[in-house]
Design a protein around this ligand. Structure first.
Ligand SMILES: C[S@@+](CC[C@H](N)C(=O)[O-])C[C@H]1O[C@@H](n2cnc3c(N)ncnc32)[C@H](O)[C@@H]1O
Length: 287
């Protein structure tokens, strides 16, 4: 990793920095919360399926991890379900009753379209104010949502409320620590300030869960691997990662140019291929 950082510092686009030691000037303090938080998923929806496919290997890994906490016939809520790329395989392969909830109509339309066998119910919901009754679900799955909402503790409390006793909350996310190590942060340095303002470190996520009343019962780090550096570059080009949508167009163009130049010259270096995801499970126990 360090070697890779030294190499990319040859480009004029990069400041010399290493993970965790970026300078204050990398953080654009003029960016307000209002600018950082909401992401226009209705606009992203048309590109989401292509930019965020789940390969058989990754699907297998996550279905397998989730299967320890989801039983057949369980009622499972996928909160911030996006295009349904998780709840559809859970319903198919774990034989649970799936409910996919999102606050973007366009993402829900996409999800419904992807649900060829009509296995899942789809619901327009704001994660901070769920309309479901107390004790409705056996498990709640959340992938990449908490950094997008205004009040993550309100969301974890809502999950606690709608879960039955012994219900599980399953969280899949990239932490701030891991985000800052992602290659895109080197090619698009503006992302560092954006991440720092909105992506939670692992410690915060744990606090959000425990302050809602959950007991943490499992935590794992899962490595997802890109097939090639070109694949990663092409996904960045689609600008689906929410942080990339927050960059100015010029910053985005410069970053893509630098990324493409690097990939052309160096090919499939390992640091371009691997991403860490955290999987944390909380249990609702009697208070
Ligand atoms: C990064 S995408 C992740 C989608 C999906 N969970 C996945 O892993 O592919 C975040 C999703 O959360 C939804 N979302 C954002 N804020 C929300 C909120 N307050 N309530 C419900 N959904 C929300 C977005 O519309 C989007 O579909």
């Amino acid at each position: 990793m360090t070697t890779a950082f030294i190499k990319i510092c040859n480009f004029k686009y990069f400041r010399i920095q290493s993970v965790g030691e970026f300078k204050q000037r990398d953080i654009d303090t003029s960016m307000s919360e209002e600018f950082i938080k909401p992401v226009a998923y209705d606009e992203i929806a048309p590109r989401y399926d292509v930019a965020r496919p789940v390969g058989r290997r990754d699907e297998g890994i996550w279905v397998d991890l989730a299967s320890d906490f989801i039983d057949p016939n369980d009622t499972v809520l996928d909160l911030g379900c996006g295009n349904g790329r998780w709840i559809i395989p859970f319903a198919e392969r774990l034989n649970c009753h799936g409910i996919g909830a999102d606050n973007s109509l366009e993402m829900l339309r996409l999800a419904k379209n992807n649900d060829a066998h009509h296995l899942v119910q789809w619901s327009l919901q704001d994660a901070e104010y769920l309309s479901f009754q107390d004790n409705s679900f056996d498990a709640v799955w959340i992938s990449h949502l908490l950094h997008l909402v205004q009040d993550p503790i309100a969301v974890t409390k809502e999950c606690f409320r709608v879960l039955r006793q012994d219900g599980r909350i399953l969280l899949r996310y990239t932490s701030l620590e891991d985000n800052l190590r992602m290659p895109e942060r080197q090619f698009f340095p503006g992302l560092i300030g954006i991440d720092t303002r909105r992506i939670p470190p692992k410690e915060n996520v744990t606090k959000w869960l425990t302050s809602a009343g959950f007991n943490i019962v499992s935590r794992a780090v899962c490595v997802q691997v890109y097939d090639s550096a070109i694949e990663r570059l092409e996904k960045a080009r689609m600008r689906v990662e929410s942080g990339l949508t927050k960059l100015m167009d010029e910053q985005f163009r410069d970053g893509i140019e630098a990324f493409a130049q690097y990939v052309n010259e160096k090919g499939n270096e390992t640091w371009l291929l691997n991403d860490n995801y955290v999987f944390t499970v909380g249990l609702k126990v009697a208070r």
